[in-house]
Design a binder for this molecule. Structure first.
Ligand code: CA
Length: 239
């Protein structure tokens, strides 16, 4: 049974969504603000997320951007504003789809079905072992690079079996690098994907965080083997 997380702060809409999705046989969990949405997504590992944009706490775009770094779940953004800008931002932060309120329940259900099917096909192709006997994906695969292990389920990084204490952005940066192993990543791209498309801190931010990460994961931070500098461009994660 597929699990759907509804992130929405409008009680009437939550009720309608919950009713209709449960009736279709989905297991439904809900979160009503940005921070509980993140916690719920990390804890419950939903198969799909319906994400409102205007929320107390973090907004939907911010949530989407953060979750995108951590999990591969389809994210459908729901917004009250019929605004082209929203749509573009939604896609830039990694949303899979976009629906403008008010939407028809039939349209929503069709899209949900299509995305769940797409994910299932990808999983089958990859021969994923992440499936439990009832067919629900529960855990994410750990990323193992020799003595360095990233565990997205626990939100932990281990070096030689010891948990590293990383700042949230160090963690997100490392996850992003690890997911793009051996690919040269420009500072602007890293900035956009880890800090957000409109982040104004500049690419020095990336350099500073890379330096901090190196101090934690490199044998010799002055001669990095894991996060390599690509002159004039950015960085490449070697593993
Ligand atoms: Ca709202």
């Amino acid at each position: 049974m597929d699990k759907i997380l509804i992130v929405e702060d409008e009680p009437a809409l939550i009720e309608t969504l919950e009713y209709n999705l449960s009736r279709q046989g989905y297991r439904v969990t809900t979160a009503q603000d940005g921070f509980s949405a993140l916690a719920m997504a990390r804890q419950a590992h939903p198969d799909l997320i319906l994400l409102d944009v205007m929320l107390p706490g973090l907004d939907g775009f911010e949530i989407c951007r953060i979750l995108r770094q951590e999990m591969n779940v389809p994210i459908l953004i729901l917004t009250a504003r019929d605004d082209e800008v929203d749509k573009i931002v939604g896609l830039e932060v990694g949303a899979d789809d976009y629906l403008t309120k008010p939407f028809s329940m039939r349209e929503l259900l069709a899209r949900i079905k299509a995305h769940l099917r797409r994910v299932r096909l990808i999983r089958e192709e990859m021969g994923s072992e992440d499936e439990t006997p009832n067919g629900t994906a529960i855990t994410q695969r750990k990323l193992v690079f020799d003595n360095l292990v990233l565990d997205p389920d626990r939100h932990e990084v281990l070096l030689n079996g010891n948990v590293l204490h990383l700042k949230p952005k160090e963690y997100e940066l490392l996850v992003f690098l690890a997911h793009n192993r051996r690919i040269v990543l420009g500072r602007d791209l890293i900035l956009e994907r880890v800090w957000g498309w409109d982040y104004s801190g500049g690419s020095r931010t990336v350099d500073v965080h890379v330096r901090w990460l190196r101090e934690k994961i490199e044998v010799d931070p002055a001669d990095p083997q894991r996060i390599v500098t690509v002159r004039g461009t950015g960085y490449r994660f070697e593993g």
